[in-house]
Structures are given as structure tokens and as C-alpha cells.
Design a protein around this ligand. Sequence first.
Ligand code: ADP
Ligand code: ADP
Ligand code: ZN
Lengths: 249, 249
Amino acid sequence: GKSLLLPQNEASEIKHVIGVMSGKGGVGKSSVSALLAVSLARAGYKVGIMDADITGPSIPRLFGLKARPEQFNEMLLPVKTALGIEVMSLNLLLPEEDDPVIWRGPILASAVKQFWSDVAWGRLDYLIVDMPPGTGDVPLTVLQSLPLDGLIVVSSPQDLAMMVVKKAIKMVQQVHIPVLGLVENMSYLACPHCGERIHLFGSGHVADAARANDLRLLDVLPLDPELAALGDAGKIEEYSGKAFNIDPV
Amino acid sequence: GKSLLLPQNEASEIKHVIGVMSGKGGVGKSSVSALLAVSLARAGYKVGIMDADITGPSIPRLFGLKARPEQFNEMLLPVKTALGIEVMSLNLLLPEEDDPVIWRGPILASAVKQFWSDVAWGRLDYLIVDMPPGTGDVPLTVLQSLPLDGLIVVSSPQDLAMMVVKKAIKMVQQVHIPVLGLVENMSYLACPHCGERIHLFGSGHVADAARANDLRLLDVLPLDPELAALGDAGKIEEYSGKAFNIDPV
Ligand SMILES: Nc1ncnc2c1ncn2[C@@H]1O[C@H](COP(=O)(O)OP(=O)(O)O)[C@@H](O)[C@H]1O
Ligand SMILES: Nc1ncnc2c1ncn2[C@@H]1O[C@H](COP(=O)(O)OP(=O)(O)O)[C@@H](O)[C@H]1O
Ligand SMILES: [Zn+2]
């Protein structure tokens, strides 16, 4: 049918739009979005993150962002992180970061569209779109309205998580947007006391699913208490762990 | 304003309705709902679980349920687990458990209402309602339409998780439904190699939030690889861990 894709506004010049989704909550979509943006920024790319998890936004917290977005010519200006990543999130617009957003579908969908049409993103090599869990209004609006070049699908190792993640993969295949690959997160933990590897949630399910769906396994990330602590402290840009080796520009 | 609460249908006689929510995905709402139902059933209560996570349902998987619900007099009959817990979930009605449900708000809301009005729950002491993440259509419909006696709020220890969970607590306070207490899940892990306790996500945040909001801390559950494995295998009823000590009927 007719394309629902929204054009870029005149204050944005975005080369690539990449969605990060999973279907399942709590597997690390926001953390993976943040780590990917940090790796791209460190490699010299100009990067933005759209926090499309409208009712559960965590990107500002991961980067320790407190400033309120300014307005310029009827547009919202994104807030910059320490590394210069441009961020827009509903949590930047609320009086308190723990205030609830109690909206139904149509308003959630229009908020996503405004984050695309009414934000002056400027010149970006990559805009990462951090999507909420589920396959409802917001993921659907993102897939239908934003000109996505591709999607990164995140899962934790459990069969249960992969079952729900497969729902997202099937959804994406219906709208014909390429899946760039899978990321397995929380894959294992190195015991801080004895150094042994612990596979908390079993192993191999994500690699199997990647093979079965003819998808690439982009990265396998450990469960690292340092990452959780840095995220809580708003310092995810200081994470020393290896994620997404990007060749410099 | 006018009450939106739906009456029980003539094939249901439910004494108490308890919602399990968190706002944040992946913190263990479904696992806590399942463990609570199992403890109640083992203590002799008649229990049901409504899986209100319409686009990411995991209750049938946790209990290894594959049977399709039967119909009787225009009503759906719930599917029984090994311990006799009555379950209704969208995943029991799909052709494949990993098929996506791509619905927008109004249809999601009506699915929740049908799980209340069109299901013959029979005589139950407790109906546990496992809610999806976020504060959108489905949580709002559950809070407005179902006669909830109270809510159990689940969080993992991270500050980031608690920030999003506080949104759910504030939402619930606006609709004046009592919070029965908080559950901290994935609190620590006992290393299977050296036995030392590992606090993966820091500690104390949930207990602090319980005190600050004048709420009870109902239980603190460890991250236990056995629980994840049994959940993946559909055998959560065989979990040997201690959760929710319920006095026998
Ligand atoms: N690899 C990891 N190691 C340690 N903690 C992690 C990891 N990935 C995510 N987390 C933590 O788990 C929680 C959930 O992650 P988040 O990125 O918010 O998931 P999602 O966006 O899928 O809901 C956060 O507190 C985050 O800091
Ligand atoms: N205490 C725990 N120990 C080990 N694994 C857990 C624990 N709680 C939850 N899990 C696992 O983590 C995943 C997410 O839990 P789930 O109950 O689905 O969370 P939610 O309903 O909040 O999304 C599941 O695979 C589950 O088996
Ligand atoms: Zn150890």
C-alpha cells in the first residue's frame, strides 16, 4: 500500500537509521543501543539515539543526562552526551525521571513521530532507535513511519527470551526490513571471586536461532556487574568492556 | 468518575484478584507470578493466572502448557497446569508460540477485557494477573477494568530498574489501588563453583525504595540458574527454591 514513511525534516540530515529491538523486555536493548552508539562515536562517527521506549525510557539515565532539551524554531534540540552523542527521550521532558507516562496507543504513536519530525537532529552518520518491548503500537509505528535501514535484534540466552524475540523477528520480516544481526547479551558471568565462567541462562540458544533464521550473530556480551553499575551511575560511556569493534571513520 | 470495573461473569467466582506489575521488562514479573501461584496452589488454594502480557506472553511456556483452550457455552475454558493452576494466555490461542501479535492499543485493551469477561474461571481463591511492562494501554486497562484487590510490584536491584518501577508505583497510586508490597528479584547469585555470593546489580535499592514509599518488602529472590532452566523446560512447578512462604489453607 501507500508508504507511511515520514520524510526527514529540514533540520536533519541522517545517513543511516538503525533500530534496536527485541520484543522481550530487560534483555539489554537500551544498554546495547548505548554501547553501539559509544563505539560508533569513539570511531569518529556522528551519532544520535532516539529513545522510543516512551513509557519506560532509560537512555538519559545511562548517560547521566539531566539537561532539558531546548527549542529552536518550533523544533526540539537533542541533548548531547559527554562523547557528543545526540539524545532525545521522553524522560528529558518530564518534571521527574520517575514520573509515569500514562498514554494509550494513539498518543504513544504520535510521540514517536514527533521525535522524528519535530527534532532537529542535525548531520548524523547514524541514528540509533531504541525500541520498547512488545509488538504493539510503538514498535509498529517505528517500523512503519521511520526510514529504517536495518534492525539489530537483542536477546538474552534463555529459550523463553528467544521465543518472544522470535515474535519480533517474524514481525520485522512481515514489513520487509532487513535484520542486520542478533546480539546475545548476558551470555555468561565471570565470577569476581574465583574467575570461573557461569552460564546463568544456559547457552547456545541465540547462536542456534541466528543459524536457523540465516542471521549473523553480531556480538556476544557477558553479564558484567561493572556495566550495570556504570549504567546506574550515568557513566555508560566509561565502560571498559569490548563491544562492537567499529573501524575508525 | 463512573466506575469502569467489569463484573465477574456467571461462570466465575473469584475471591481475590492480585496484579503483578513492574513497569520495567525482564525483571521477573512472569516468574514471580508463576512462583506465587505455585506457592498458593501447594498451600491448598485454588489459583488462576491471567497472562495479560498480550504481545509477550510467557506463562504457558513456564508451565509447559501446549493444549488449546476449549470452548463451552460461548466461553473459553482455562488450561490446567500439573498442580491444577488455571491459566489463560494469548499464547494458548496462537498457531505457533513464537507468532507475533501485532495489535494496536484498542485491540490489546479489548483482549484483556475478554480474558476477564469471556473466560469461565470457575471458583478461585486467587486470580494472579501477570501484567506487561510499560504504563500504556494494557496496564491501564487492567487497573481500570479489573476489580484488583492489590498489586505486587517486582523489581531487579539496579537503580535503573527501580527508576522505571517507580513510574508504575506512581501510576498505581493515582488509581488508588493498594500496593501489597515489593519483591526484589535477581538479588544475588551463589557462584556454582566457589559458593560465594555475587551481587550482580548492586544491592539495597529495592529495600530503600520500599522504605521510602512506606511499602513492605515481600520477598528477596536470588538469581538462580535452576529457575531459568526449569522455566525454559516448562517445569517451573518443580522449582525447589524458597519463594513466598504461604500458610496452608
Ligand atoms: N551485559 C550486561 N551486564 C550487566 N548488566 C546489564 C547488561 N545488559 C544490561 N544490563 C542491565 O540490565 C538492566 C536491563 O537492561 P536494559 O538495557 O535496560 O534492557 P532493556 O532495554 O531490554 O529493557 C539494566 O539495569 C542494565 O544496566
Ligand atoms: N530469580 C531468577 N533466577 C533466574 N532466572 C530468572 C529469575 N527471574 C527471572 N528469571 C529468568 O529471566 C527471564 C525474564 O523473566 P520473566 O519472568 O520473563 O520477566 P518479565 O515477566 O518481567 O519480563 C526468564 O527467562 C526467567 O526464566
Ligand atoms: Zn566463584
